[in-house]
Write a protein that binds this ligand. Sequence first.
Ligand code: MN
Length: 433
Amino acid sequence: MATLQHEKFLLMPTSSIPSLTTWVETPKHTDFTIYSLPFGVFKSKKLSPRIGMAIGDQVIDLSVLDQEGFFANLFLPEGIFLKDSLNELIELGKQKTKKIRERVQQLLLQENEELRTHSIRGKVLIKSQEVEMLLPVKIGDYTDFYSSMEHATNVGKMFRDPENALLPNWKHLPVGYHGRASSIVVSGTPIRRPKGQFKDANMDKPAFGPSRSMDFELELAFITGKSTQLGDSVSTKDAEDYIFGMVLFNDWSARDIQAWEYVPLGPFLGKNFGSSISPWVLPLEALEPFRVAGPVQDPEVLPYLSCSKDHNFDIQLEVGLQPEGQKESKICASNFKYMYWNMAQQLAHHTVNGCNIQVGDVMASGTISGPTPDSFGSMLELSWRGTKPLVLESGEERSFLQDGDTVVMRGFCEKDGIRVGFGEVRGKLLPAT
Ligand code: MN
């Protein structure tokens, strides 16, 4: 039976991915293929906030499918898709959300006529340009890690000691800090240049004003899908049961404010004025065919951080910078597979002391830098603290971001002609008030 075979692929993907085609017309290089099917929240002039899925340049209104009985076998709570966040849907558990994706994938298959020939098809598929994407989850807590060895090494070289760029703890635990959930915004929301204190090496006292070193950080974040009780810990083995999916994440950073304030407690106002996430949450199972081994960890990690399987993913990442009224220049190409500490280790470390997590928490990776200068995930590194300004396609130079600059981050996986992607996270930098 076609259905069984199809479900088998979603639940247990192998290295050879069966080729699926859909009757929905999709743009040639779309991230939102029949293999992606991410969840998001949208509204339109006519429609109240609700949960959808992306396919090509269209959005699937899951609430309409539900009302028409397409999910009847799944026994979902009434109105589960008529929500302004994914939290309650995620809370149903992975078994349910996987089945919803499987069912939608089945409905979109070339050979399936259930939706293709149904009279409500026009209400189910909505052009992406006609909808506004909303923040996909209600975020309780946000943590940012610092898990790329290349990034930590680059920053250590620039700000501390080139000979001892990594601090002694770095290879023993995934360093992180608690960020600010209230200022996480959805892609497309402009970011205001923050004001704050800074003190350059050549200044004898601090000054106050708009940041002069505005930067982005190329990151991915995972969204937790299962809560724990205070006192509980999650092992690396169980960690992925607690990870619902992933989004692109821009951790906007004011380097001058950060450099002056961070001692001894770490990032604060240089970071918490805004972070941007992509609107589509790609469930972890969509990334399964792209699972790869991470870098060898040497020295050996403590037992609670050791892993018995691969937890890295081959996700290609890029950053574009578009000055006001000009063309976009690609300024970075990196990959999530470079990360030294993986998501399972991050979550195990985060909870090893009994810290509880809640559905909808956001845990970001830290800047994802690769080994080569064109793969560095921040302006700080790309321009090497302003000493090697980037030359954009327009001929303009950049050491840090200027007002009016738009930063676009993209992420996708590609293998055997199959693409699974996140789309983009985009934000424009506005002048300080
Ligand atoms: Mn960061």
